[in-house]
Design a protein around this ligand. Structure first.
Ligand SMILES: Cc1cc2nc3c(=O)[nH]c(=O)nc-3n(C[C@H](O)[C@H](O)[C@H](O)COP(=O)(O)O)c2cc1C
Ligand code: SF4
Length: 625
């Protein structure tokens, strides 16, 4: 039976920190920081063969030369009393086609319908090759002192490509009915079990969330078979990397708790421990799963990125509220897919070699002007360092980010503002709800001023553009209904605004100068939002410029056939300006040569939430001494 010091397991998450497939100091730091209060850690999925990588910077277990590094990792975690799980996955047709040398095999010769390489349909010889890759990797994991092997049967990877009726189109003994489709996955399991003495856990998708894919009913049946095969535990996720990434990655756009229900359903039918996963990121979530007996263990991913002490704080072994994960996938999945490696919007230390704030021996007093994300982060970090801080905010703590949770299904973004406000209050940081004047800043004994005054909308030179709204149009009190609305700018803000406005019955037209819209938007959100806008008949005009507004008509220009053509949009009720932002700095001129100051966040350089928080943190760290 799975025996861990507590119910909590770090879920497998690709970090993208390795240059050569081997463990380095970044991995060791990352896992050590998270291991102490967990029953077990699952490091990122290891590639079984160099030609089967999902990202170029993935860790491998394809060769004995990886064993010493992996041993270092298991030793480190064992010192903390934490068990370590080697997650072994063969991606099949989902190996990354952009990595030179990668190859693609599957139960089928069809490519994933959402893009990807065309795979070679495995024959029995090829299947034996796959079995060998798994058993060799499992043996290396055992040699490297892992306590468990976890086999990936889900998420649309190779073994799921056999299980799934949507993908598996074989007419041999490995395709067709359920009994045939499970044959190869069970063959892999048996071979792995026979090759090592350490126990084996199964990870599967309780439901692929597509009509003709793997459904829960079948996975209950499969779980019973796994239990009879002597599996140690069953780890229940959802979705597939090909068709339903929002479910796989538990994006904020999918409802919380569906995966726990799947775990709970499977648990009714098996007598081995069941592990639940998916957006377990608040104390209430843990309590619900525990007290309703939905699962025996909980795998937690992103909540432990956002706050390495998420579980320690829940268990009251570490003080303080936890920094909440927003389920945005932007810094973590976005960082990994974008090639930068895993980062986190709310935790500036993930992915960066940034020191922890240490107490200063030279206490000073600082003013921060602007209580947006950068200002609030700077305030908390300066306070942690031991300096006195006074924070000036003329409106509401949170700044522009107070609007970020207003577009549909983005409520979870509000959690970070609530966290900052609560922490600022708990720590008795002095907040002045007023606009800071030169006199305030000069006459109160501050050593330095941090200007975190944010950004304002950039107004393009459009003739007649006098009346327009901005993102605050989304506030409930301003939100229009049944109007015809022109959005100037199809970037992230323009697209989000359109999504909310169409929900309210408005007819929306977006005009964007560039060739494409939603640049810089997190990829899952982008795919879902653009699809929704198309379904809702939102008109998106790319490569078009608004040049003039006259009464209720907008004049546009577009380059066509090397000529500039003009068009008109008539009967516009309201215009929204979403053509980018520019730094806002009302104070530096007045402070010049009078007192030292430094910019943070958008006031320094316009960026996203992740940049603002990191900037606030870095500025505060630079003021330690
Ligand atoms: C950046 C990132 C990479 C991930 N990579 C994998 C993976 O390679 N294999 C896998 O089975 N799950 C992977 N996951 C899914 C997690 O293991 C977990 O199931 C998911 O994040 C939901 O749990 P959470 O809400 O606690 O984060 C990944 C998740 C993230 C955010
Ligand atoms: S980037 Fe977003 S989803 Fe990912 S861990 Fe951080 S807060 Fe959570």
């Amino acid at each position: 039976m799975l025996e861990l010091k507590n119910q909590f397991i770090l879920a497998p998450i690709k970090l993208g920190y390795s240059k050569d497939g081997k463990i380095n100091q970044r991995h060791l730091n990352f896992y050590e920081e998270r291991g102490e209060h967990l029953g077990a850690v699952t490091p990122e999925p290891f590639f079984l063969d160099k030609g089967l990588r999902e990202i170029p910077t993935q860790l491998g277990i394809d060769n004995d030369d990886k064993i010493p590094g992996l041993q270092k990792l298991t030793a480190l975690l064992h010192e903390q009393g934490t068990k370590v799980i080697a997650h072994l996955n063969h991606p099949g047709r989902m190996a990354n086609p952009k990595i030179p040398g990668n190859y693609h095999v599957s139960s089928t010769d069809k490519a994933c319908e959402n893009g990807g390489a065309t795979p070679e349909k495995l024959d029995t010889k090829g299947m034996q090759g796959v079995v060998n890759l798994f058993t060799k990797a499992a043996k290396r994991a055992e040699k490297a002192d892992f306590d468990f092997v976890e086999l990936q049967f889900g998420h649309g990877y190779l073994l799921a490509q056999f299980l799934s009726p949507q993908v598996n189109d074989r007419d041999d003994q490995y395709g067709g009915n359920f009994e045939n489709r499970i044959k190869f996955p069970i063959q892999v399991l048996e071979a792995v079990k026979n090759s090592v003495d350490i126990p084996v856990i199964a990870r599967l998708s309780g439901d692929e969330m597509i009509d003709d894919g793997i459904r829960l009913k079948d996975m209950v049946k499969f779980s019973k078979i796994l239990a009879n095969q002597g599996i140690e535990a069953i780890h229940v996720s959802a979705g597939t990397v090909c068709s339903t990434p929002p479910w796989y990655f538990q994006h904020m756009f999918v409802p919380k708790g569906k995966t726990w229900n799947m775990a709970s359903e499977i648990k009714k039918f098996v007598d081995v421990p069941v592990i639940a996963v998916g957006k377990i990121n608040a104390s209430e979530d843990i309590q619900k799963i525990r007290y309703e007996g939905m699962a025996d263990y909980m795998a937690i991913g992103r909540a432990l990125l956002a706050d390495p002490d998420f579980v320690g704080k829940y268990l009251q072994k570490v003080d303080g509220p936890f920094r909440p994960c927003l389920a945005c996938s932007e810094g973590c999945l976005g960082g990994v897919k974008g090639g930068k490696g895993l980062h986190c919007v709310v935790n500036p230390r993930v992915g960066e070699i940034l020191p922890e704030p240490e107490l200063t021996e030279d206490k000073k007093k600082y003013a921060i002007v602007g209580g947006g994300l950068a200002g609030m982060e700077a305030a908390l970090t300066l306070d942690t360092i031991g300096h006195d801080v006074v924070l000036y905010e003329k409106e509401k703590l949170g700044g522009q980010f107070n609007l970020a949770h207003l577009p549909p299904k983005k409520e979870s973004l509000k959690r970070i503002i609530d966290y900052y406000r609560e922490e600022i209050e708990n720590r008795n940081i002095e907040v002045h709800c007023e606009e800071a004047t030169r006199e305030d800043l000069m006459n109160n004994g501050f050593s330095k001023i941090i200007l975190a005054t944010g950004a304002v909308p950039a107004v393009p030179p459009i003739e007649g553009l006098d009346e327009y709204y901005w993102a605050d149009f989304l506030l409930e009190k301003n939100l229009p209904k049944d109007q015809r609305i022109l959005i100037i700018g199809g970037g992230l803000i323009g697209i989000e605004m359109a999504s909310k406005l169409t929900d309210n019955g408005n007819e929306v037209i977006i005009v964007e100068m560039l060739e494409s819209v939603a640049e810089g938007m997190e990829m899952i959100e982008k795919a879902l939002t653009i699809k929704k806008l198309k379904n809702n008949q939102v008109k998106i005009l790319t490569n078009h410029r608004v040049v003039k507004i006259k009464n209720t008509t907008a004049e546009l220009e577009v380059d066509e056939d090397e000529k500039i053509k003009t068009k008109k949009i008539e009967n516009i009720d309201n215009i929204i300006l979403a053509a980018g932002m520019k730094s806002y700095d009302p104070l530096s001129d007045e402070l010049e040569d009078q007192i030292d100051y430094q910019f943070a966040g958008d006031a320094k350089r316009v960026g996203k939430a992740q940049d603002a928080i990191r900037s606030g943190y870095e500025v505060a760290l630079s003021l330690r001494n």
